[in-house]
Design a protein around this ligand. Structure first.
Ligand SMILES: O=C(O)CCC(=O)C(=O)O
Length: 338
């Protein structure tokens, strides 16, 4: 006889079947999966039958084969990761690095470097005070990211945080802000700001040792305390530090299999505090720390994970117009659910 208050058994639908397939491919033990299914209200006999059907399925065998192929690639990446751990890595500083040395020792080898001395006579560094920016361009309408404190995924959702205001108002906000991550003018706002702030680019040196003639850049401007969460770029990148200091944490691309990278170029790992309980694979990852000073240029090679925190009010120009091949985007996976 039916018990009047017994809950109906949970039905195994396609989302359960997807869960079974994913967990078997990830190496989950069928007995452990059975336990979870029963605990969620699935009748034990149905759960057992479904698991057995999954393990007999030729579709699952195909998926397992692909998973083996990925494991082989992770093994190859792991070789470099282990070799990196033989010595603590740091980002070298090189004074006025020549074009050839930059190409041979860093660009071609996918290695970061801080170049010093190239911005010594740079007009931007002497001219770009709060007063100068407000007086020269204060009337221009600019776009900024706002409301970041209320959204843990502010970087992924950056489009939703766009707000427009006169540049003079934004300069005043930054000047009076103290330490905050709530607002920041970033490269994601460049579609609008490139034209609004175009005159500023002529205050930067052309850096033709490394960049194409007439290269433009993205304008980053914010208070102390802005945080750009861990991500990697799809191109090689220069961070040209005009004002203030930025603290960076960098992770080599070969450690990507340990970064819980399930979406595009992002990871849920928080660069301020790496939670090893939640992300145990991170225990084997070498994190390289450096502070970028005003007047320095950081070369951020393609694929390197980076977390960036402003220690002061900062202005950074980033650019990707290198003289050498920088098209890595064409081969980037079209589907970014990993
Ligand atoms: O400066 C920042 O806050 C972030 C820079 C960055 O992540 C980039 O240029 O890719």
């Amino acid at each position: 006889m039916n018990q009047p208050h017994a809950a109906p058994p949970t039905v195994i639908d396609d989302s359960w079947r997807g869960w079974i397939a994913e967990n078997l491919v990830l190496g989950g033990h069928p007995q452990a999966l059975l336990g979870v299914m029963v605990q969620k209200g699935i009748a034990e006999s149905s759960a057992r039958a479904e698991l057995e059907a999954a393990m007999r399925s030729p579709y699952l065998r195909g998926a397992l084969r692909l998973s083996n192929r990925v494991a082989k690639r992770d093994w190859v990446l792991g070789i470099q990761s282990r070799l990196n751990q033989l010595a603590p890595q740091k980002v070298p500083r090189r004074e006025r690095l020549s074009s050839q040395a930059f190409l041979d020792e860093y660009y071609r080898r996918n290695q970061p470097v801080i170049i010093t001395g190239m911005l010594d006579d740079c007009a931007a560094r002497s001219k770009w005070s709060f007063d100068y920016l407000a007086t020269q361009l204060g009337e221009r309408e600019v776009e900024v990211q706002f409301g970041r404190d209320a959204d843990p995924d502010y970087e992924i959702n950056s489009v939703q945080h766009r707000r427009r205001m006169p540049f003079g108002d934004y300069v005043a906000l930054v000047r009076d802000a103290g330490v905050t991550n709530d607002f920041y003018m970033t490269a994601n706002n460049d579609g609008h700001n490139r034209d609004a702030l175009r005159e500023l680019m002529s205050d930067l040196p052309p850096l033709t040792e490394y960049l194409q003639e007439g290269s433009s850049g993205f304008f980053w401007f914010g208070p102390a305390g802005t945080i750009t969460p861990f991500h990697h770029d799809l191109t090689n990148n220069f961070m040209i530090q005009v004002a203030g200091r930025k603290r960076l944490r960098l992770i080599a691309p070969c450690d990507t299999p340990k970064l819980y990278n399930q979406r595009h170029c992002y990871t849920p790992v928080d660069g301020r505090h790496i939670d090893l309980q939640r992300f145990p694979l991170m225990a084997d990852v070498q994190v390289i720390e450096c502070v970028l000073e005003p007047g320095e240029i950081l070369f951020l090679p393609v694929g390197w994970w980076h977390f960036v925190e402003a220690l002061d009010v900062t202005i950074t120009i980033s650019t990707t117009h290198f003289k050498w091949d920088n098209d890595f985007y064409t081969w980037y996976p079209a589907n970014q659910d990993f």
